[in-house]
Design a protein around this ligand. Structure first.
Ligand SMILES: [Cu+2]
Length: 440
C-alpha cells in the first residue's frame, strides 16, 4: 500500500510518491506527486519454449534435492512484476530428462482495499512494489546464495535469495514385517525476494519440493500504516492503549499468474466437483465426482470439494496417465468488492498484453478492460493462462506491533500423475504400483 490515503487511481504510477521512488517511503507527509514512467512491457514467452533453461548462469537456478530430484529454472526481475521464474523444469529421481512444468510464473497484483472505502491500492502497478526490492543480508538467506538484481530505476540490489530449507518427513511407512521403517527427511528449494511498499514488506516466496510439489506464498510483514489509526467508524481494531488508535481493517488480495506449458505443450483445464449424499437405506454416505472440461475462459469460484487441474496436452507418465498439476489454494477470503476480486481462479486465453490482474499496464486497447475479470469473455481456451487469487482480510491485532509478524497466504501446485509412482519411492517398494498383491 502507499504512504498516502490517496483514492485509487487507475493509472500506473499515479500513487507513487516521490518518497517511494527514492526508496525512503517512510514519511507520512510525502507529497502525492504523480510520477509517470514509460511503459516497459514484459517480454513475451515463445509458444514452444525449449525444455531446458536458456538463460545465462547468473540467472539460472539449479537445485538437486533428496533422491536426486532436480529443479531448474531461470529468473528475471521486472520493476512492475517483481520476480518472474521462467522455464521451470522438474526432473524426478532416475528420470532420463527433465519435465517442463511452468513456462512462466510470477505475482500478478497485490490489491489492498481499505474497509472504509477511502483508500485502495494496486501495490504492483500502482504503488511501487518492484521499486521497493530490499537488500538481503546473509543472515536472512541462511545457507543460500544472494543474487544481485538490476532494478533499472533503482540500481543494483542484493535482493534474490536462493536456498534450501528442511521440510520434515517427505514420507514414512512401516514395513509389514521386520520392523523396517521407510522414511525420508526432505528439504525444499526456496527462492524469495522482499519488497517494501509503504510500511509493508512482502516476502514473495517460491518453494520446490523433491516430490514435484510447488508452493507460492506471500508473507506480509513490516509495520501497520501509521496514518491509518483513525477507524472510529467501526471498521477497525484498537491497537494502542485503551480504545483510541483504531487501525483500519483492509484486505490483501494477492494474485499470481501461471503459464504452464506442461511438457512443453498446450495445456487443457479440468474442474472436478464431488457431491456427497447422506446414507439411504443403510450403508454409508456416497460421493459422486464429476469431471468438467473447461474449454472456454472461466472465472472460477472455490467451493467445498471443487478443484481444478492443468493437464498436459500430450505428456503422459509411465503408467500412460496424462500428466497434470492440481491447483491447491490455501486459506482465502474472497473479497466481493471488485469484479476481479470476486473469483478465486481465472483461466484466460493467453495474451501478451494481459499482464496484471488489476490496473493492467499491458495496453490491451481501450475497450479491453484493465483487469482479469474483463478478459473472461467466452474465448476458447487453447493456451490457458492461470490466475490464482488468495485474499486475506486483515483486521489488525495488538500483536501486529512491532514489527508485524509475517502473515502468509498462497497456494500449492501438486503433481497429479506427473510420475507413475511417488518419485521418491525407495527401490524396495518400486514394484508396488497399482493393484497390490494380497497373497490370496
Ligand atoms: Cu494488512
Amino acid at each position: 500500500m502507499s504512504t498516502q490515503r490517496t483514492p485509487r487511481t487507475r493509472r500506473r504510477g499515479a500513487v507513487l510518491t516521490a518518497a517511494v521512488l527514492l526508496g525512503t517511503a517512510t514519511a507520512a507527509t510525502a507529497p502525492a506527486t504523480a510520477v509517470p514512467r514509460p511503459p516497459t512491457p514484459l517480454p513475451t514467452a515463445p509458444t514452444r519454449p525449449p525444455v531446458q533453461p536458456t538463460c545465462s548462469s547468473a540467472y539460472k537456478i539449479t537445485q538437486k534435492l533428496e533422491g536426486g530430484a532436480v529443479w531448474n529454472m531461470c529468473w528475471r526481475y521486472n520493476t512492475d512484476a517483481g520476480l518472474t521464474l521462467d522455464n521451470v523444469t522438474y526432473q524426478p529421481p532416475g528420470a532420463a530428462a527433465p519435465i517442463r512444468v511452468l513456462t512462466s510464473a510470477r505475482l500478478a497484483q497485490i490489491h489492498v482495499p481499505y474497509d472504509d472505502g477511502a483508500a485502495e491500492y494496486d501495490d504492483l502497478t500502482g504503488a511501487g512494489f518492484g521499486w521497493g526490492l530490499q537488500n538481503l543480508k546473509p543472515a536472512e538467506c541462511p545457507g543460500g546464495t544472494i543474487s544481485t538484481v538490476k532494478v533499472p530505476e533503482v540500481g543494483q540490489v542484493k535482493g534474490l535469495c536462493t536456498t534450501t530449507r528442511a521440510r520434515g518427513h517427505a514420507y514414512r511407512m512401516a514395513a509389514d514385517a521386520g520392523g523396517q521403517v521407510y522414511q525420508v527427511q526432505g528439504k525444499d528449494l526456496l527462492v524469495y525476494t522482499v519488497n517494501k511498499v509503504g510500511w509493508y514488506e512482502y516476502i514473495s516466496e517460491w518453494r520446490f519440493s523433491a516430490d514435484g510439489t510447488i508452493g507460492a506464498n506471500v508473507g506480509a510483514t513490516g509495520s501497520l500504516s501509521p496514518v491509518d489509526y483513525n477507524a472510529t467508524d467501526g471498521r477497525g481494531w484498537p491497537i494502542g492503549k485503551g480504545a483510541r488508535a483504531y487501525a483500519t481493517s483492509h484486505a490483501h488480495n494477492v494474485f499470481w499468474k501461471l503459464d504452464f506449458g506442461l511438457d512443453g505443450t498446450k495445456d487443457r483445464i479440468e474442474q472436478f466437483d464431488s457431491t456427497v449424499t447422506a446414507p439411504v437405506n443403510g450403508g454409508g454416505p456416497t460421493v459422486k465426482t464429476k469431471r468438467t472440461a473447461v474449454t472456454k475462459e472461466l472465472a472460477g469460484d472455490a467451493r467445498n470439494m471443487r478443484w481444478w487441474r492443468v493437464v498436459s496436452g500430450t505428456g503422459k507418465n509411465a503408467d500412460g496417465h496424462a500428466r497434470s498439476y492440481e491447483i491447491v489454494p490455501g486459506h482465502t477470503n474472497t473479497h466481493a468488492g471488485r469484479g476481479f476480486t470476486k473469483h478465486d481462479v481465472y483461466f484466460t486465453q493467453s495474451r501478451a498484453c494481459e499482464q496484471f490482474a488489476s490496473n493492467n499496464i499491458g495496453n490491451c486497447g481501450t475497450n479491453a478492460g484493465d483487469s482479469v475479470d474483463k478478459w473472461v469473455n467466452g474465448e476458447t481456451l487453447t493456451k490457458p493462462s492461470v490466475w490464482v487469487n488468495i485474499g486475506f482480510h486483515h483486521i489488525a491485532r495488538d500483536e501486529d506491533q512491532q514489527p508485524m509478524p509475517v502473515h502468509w497466504q498462497g497456494f500449492q501446485l501438486a503433481p497429479r500423475d506427473v510420475t507413475a509412482m511417488n518419485p521418491l519411492t525407495p527401490s524396495d517398494l518400486a514394484s508396488e504400483n497399482g493393484q497390490p498383491d494380497l497373497g490370496s
